[in-house]
Every structure is written in C-alpha cells, then in structure tokens.
Design a protein around this ligand. Sequence first.
Ligand code: FE2
Length: 233
Amino acid sequence: MHVEQFRYSADNLAYLVWNETGAIAVDGGAVEEIRAFVAERNLPLLYVTNTHRHYDHTLGNDALLAATRARFVNPDSLPEGSGIELGEEVLRVHRTPGHTEDSVCFQAGSTLLTGDTLFNGTVGNCFSGDLLGFLGSIRRLMALPGETMILAGHDYVRDAMLFARKLEPSNLPALEAYWRTYDPVFVCSSLREERSMNPYLRFNDPGIVAVLRERGLPRATEEERWLSLMSIE
Ligand SMILES: [Fe+2]
C-alpha cells in the first residue's frame, strides 16, 4: 500500500491509501487534489473514512462521496484489530481513545495515520476528558516498531518544537536533529524520532522527570508523570 499526504485548510493533512486495486481517503479534506490523484491513475476511490469526527477532518466526506462511487466507512464500526480491505491488503485499525472517544489510528504496513492522537512532536488535546485512556492509547502506539512512520492529522511541527525546546532545553540536540528533517511538503517522523524528542512520549525519560521535579509536579508513577505533562500549559 502507498500513502499520499495532501495539505488543506491552514494546517490539516489528508491522506490517500492506495494500491493497484483502489484507494481509501482518510480525512480527505483536500477534495480536488484527491480527485485529481485518483483520476490521473485511473484508480477507483473505494472508501472514505476518518480518524475521528471533528469537522476539520470530515469536511471533505460529502464531496468525495458525491463525486465518486466510494462508500463511507464509519470508524465506529471498526473494532480493534479489524481493518478496511484493499484487495489482498488491509488498512488496520487501532482504537486510540483520548483526543476524542471515537479516535482511531490507521496502519498501512509500517505507516501509521494518527489523526489528532499523536502529532509529530506533540499529542492532541484530551477533549474526551479520559486522560488515562489517552495514556493507554499512546502506550500502545509506542509499542510499535521504531521505524513506524507517523503521519498526523495536522502539521503542528513548528509550534511543537518551540514548546518542547522551552519545556526541556536539555533535549535540544534531539529536537534540532528532527527539525532539520522537517519538510512542509511531506510532514512525517519515525516513532523512533518521536521517542527521542516528543515530550509527551518521554514520560519515563530522566530529562522529563527532571523537568517535572523542577516544576514541583507529581512524578512518582508513569500515570502521574503523564498527567503532570498534560497539565503544563
Ligand atoms: Fe480533532
């Protein structure tokens, strides 16, 4: 399976997962670009789906469904470990509640579409209110191989790097190493890079524990360290 990234609105990122049998639009807000891409390759758009039901992610659904013969796949109908078939291949679903109760990530081979759950360098807001559920989701994503490519629902890289530098100046080398690779034309990171520079994945790292100690925040357990990190403005 191949994955294409399309930018739309200010910083949203749409995706098209495809192989020779057809294509799946995930958060397909870049409607014209997606239509042009499949038309040029004579690819049928088979499915339209979303990482969660926030409007900035679903706003392309109606136009894509009206212009093609694609079917809408409600991610709520996809249990953990299930997926959307594309010929012999499967776009796998990871249920990752936290940002919203309905948030999912989609895995195409070693590529992970993370929506607003995990961004390059940061994580989403916890609108569900279930912070420990969110931690469980992040832990499960962190268990994937380091070479897993993280493709998120927004390009927040610049702000994420500024925040992380301020929070944890001692981690500047890792932050600068990632920043040098940043390309707005294709926004990505590896899970290995995330573990090295994303403060929200570093709740067990001595550098982050030191930051929490300096701020006088609870840090005895992994849960406390995560909750403390998520409480920092
Ligand atoms: Fe969202």
